[in-house]
Design a protein. Structure first.
Length: 103
């Protein structure tokens, strides 16, 4: 059973790392602010969740797992809220999406 938990944990940790790297590449490659924000917001959120899940599987049931769950809840609330606030303030500040500037 421990081997199965170690394998699932490793898959989650590697998958989370891959998503974070893909989000970082998206920050560099995307053409405008809103697509960069989307790439960073989605990939960072999913990557962090997978990393936390992998760490949670490794920690077992202890005080560490409760702390990891609290960090997970914090990320669930703050990640999408911060992304939405950044997009809303950019729209309010006059930043337009790229496809609207071409027409």
């Amino acid at each position: 059973m421990m081997l199965f938990i170690d394998i699932v944990s490793a898959v989650c940790l590697i998958g989370g790392g891959v998503f974070i790297v893909i989000g970082s590449i998206g920050l560099i490659r995307m053409p405008d602010f809103f697509t960069r924000l989307h790439a960073a917001g989605v990939c960072e959120t999913l990557g962090a969740w997978l990393v936390l899940l992998g760490l949670l599987l490794q920690s077992g049931w202890s005080l560490v797992s409760i702390k990891l769950i609290m960090i997970f809840l914090l990320l669930v609330i703050t990640g999408p809220t911060a992304t939405h606030a950044l997009a809303k303030s950019a729209l309010h500040g006059g930043v337009k999406p790229k496809h609207l500037d071409q027409g």
